[in-house]
Design a protein around this ligand. Structure first.
Ligand SMILES: [Zn+2]
Ligand SMILES: [Zn+2]
Length: 66
């Protein structure tokens, strides 16, 4: 699949992009959980909370780096 930040191919489930080195993980919104989740994950695998801002976090990352 394509890295959301640089567009290079990355392995599904890898924590960071091999090409740009940026993290593909987003943090769970649940402050008591704070687990890092893969950015395509809809629901936190640790606490079950919906990760609704995953795409927004990636968008913010993009803005900050390009
Ligand atoms: Zn990348
Ligand atoms: Zn969580």
């Amino acid at each position: 699949m394509a890295c959301p930040l640089c567009g290079a191919n990355t392995f599904v489930g890898s924590e960071k992009c091999d090409a740009c080195g940026r993290s593909l993980m987003v943090q769970c919104e649940n402050k008591r959980c704070n687990e890092k989740q893969y950015f395509l994950t809809d629901v936190c695998t640790a606490c079950g909370k919906k990760i609704k801002h995953a795409e927004q976090q990636i968008t913010d990352l993009r803005k900050g780096t390009m």
